[in-house]
Design a binder for this molecule. Structure first.
Ligand SMILES: [Zn+2]
Length: 449
């Protein structure tokens, strides 16, 4: 199939006007000017999107598909209160609710041009949702306990779930990993166990880290509202916790997690220069969630400092529970504007850079940039088409600026993963949108009850 549009943005090379991409099976075969490709392949079926951009699909570097139904459920509260309220409401969900909630997340991801998700899941519903929907994914099994005596059973259950998910998913599209919950919900020996397993088996690991002032205060000074309330509600208050005197990043460093070869730390807004040094020297990748961080008052990622140190950064949404949509255009736009607002450096943050953070750089953070993240011959055909023909977008002088400053998720026309068309102008291949939207209403009533 020959995909054509006014702009083709390979991301790894300059954009092409009136360009085209030739796709066969799951791969990109050729990229160039439409007229030349058309002449070379006269019998190829053509899909022309007109005044639109063809670009690599977004790599959402951090999300929780199963939280899609939590959209707007707990708004306008700071991180610690938001987290606790959400955890209380979650108790009302049964297995079927989690499954449909994750499918609703997959539905929105595909409609928003997201082709890869790095998802942390507690229930496993996300693993089933990516298997059904065809999304490319890293699915990390969350583990948590503050009680040393429970570590064996927690790890056993996680290993058994991970084996089940590997059976369920296509290994070419889905990689299973593990995710220790957070500094306030994990015994340090759980970190060590996860690290040993990940090093031995080459498992990818993702973890929320240094994402709020409350977490920072808990680790360094021994107490904070989040930690006290969390431990009261979910156990652990009798287990004792002493101030460590160090930042969350330095604390985690002591327990071996930074030895993991494919580690993705999420948020990292509460870091100083020496923390950044630790992340850089251990080659830890960072998921940058600008909207969630701003909305929940978690802080601002020091993007320039991290990039200067060579840290691999990409953009993530962190699920509709926090931000409230899986809209990578909003993430790019708001991320760029916040960074400019706090860091008006003479080397200005630019739109093209933010498109790269949402595609190729995020793929690099997951160590899959040899296969996805840009439009290049031989790479997987993970391609989206974004409509740029609306009045508020005309005239389109420079496609990167148009995408970042004027586009939104509803401008996505078409989403292809590994050559499979998974979303096309309001229709999904394998997902029943009418059913899922009706279920979303039912689940919302249940959560509110
Ligand atoms: Zn998260």
């Amino acid at each position: 199939m020959l995909l054509a549009a006014r702009y083709v943005l390979p991301v790894s090379s300059p954009h092409i006007e009136h360009g085209a991409v030739l796709v066969r099976n799951d791969e990109i075969i050729e990229i160039g000017e439409f007229d030349k490709l058309r002449e070379a392949h006269p019998n190829e079926e053509v899909r022309d999107f007109g005044l639109a951009a063809l670009m690599p699909g977004f790599v959402d570097l951090h999300t929780h598909l199963e939280f899609a139904t939590m959209r707007g459920l707990v708004d306008d509260l700071p991180y610690s209160q938001w987290k606790l309220q959400l955890m209380e409401r979650e108790q009302k969900f049964d297995d079927r609710d989690w499954e449909d909630s994750a499918l609703l997340g997959a539905l929105e991801a595909l409609q928003s041009g997201i082709t890869t998700v790095a998802d942390i899941t507690d229930t496993g519903a996300s693993a089933r949702a990516v298997a059904v929907s065809g999304l490319r994914a890293f699915v990390y099994r969350e583990v948590a306990t503050m009680d040393k005596r429970e570590i064996d059973s927690v790890m056993e259950r996680a290993l058994s779930d991970m084996a089940e998910w590997r059976e369920l998913c296509d290994p070419d599209r889905v990689t299973v990993g593990i995710a220790p919950h957070s500094t306030y919900a994990c015994h340090p020996e759980l970190y060590t166990r996860v690290a040993q397993l990940a090093v031995q088996e080459g498992l990818p690991v993702s973890m929320h880290l240094a994402g709020s002032r409350e977490e920072y205060d808990f680790v360094k000074y021994g107490s904070s509202r989040l930690a006290v309330d969390f431990r009261d509600l979910y156990g652990g208050d009798q287990l004792g916790w002493l101030p460590t005197g160090v930042s969350p990043v330095q604390y985690v460093l002591q327990w071996g997690l930074f030895d993991v070869p494919n580690l993705l730390a999420v948020h990292c807004t509460q870091v100083d220069e020496s923390d950044i040094e630790v992340l850089a020297s251990n080659d830890v990748a960072v998921a940058f969630c600008p909207r969630c961080n701003a909305k929940l008052g978690m802080g601002v990622l020091p993007v320039r400092e991290m990039l200067q140190k060579g840290i691999r950064i990409g953009i993530g949404t962190d699920s509709p529970a926090s931000n409230n949509t899986l809209d990578m255009f909003d993430e790019m736009r708001i991320g760029l504007l916040i960074q400019r607002a706090v860091d008006a450096h003479e080397q200005f943050h630019i739109a093209r850079k933010f498109v790269k953070l949402a595609t190729l750089d995020a793929a690099r953070a997951l160590q899959i940039d040899d296969r996805v993240g840009s439009l290049e011959v031989g790479k997987q055909a993970d391609i989206i088409a974004v409509d740029l023909s609306h009045g508020h977008q005309a005239p389109t002088a420079y496609p990167y600026s148009t995408l970042v400053h004027t586009a939104n998720q509803e401008n996505v026309l078409f989403t292809m993963v590994a050559g499979d068309v998974l979303y096309d102008s309001g229709s999904w291949g394998s997902l029943d949108a009418t059913h899922l939207l009706a279920r979303a209403e039912e689940m919302r009533d249940k959560l509110r009850a």
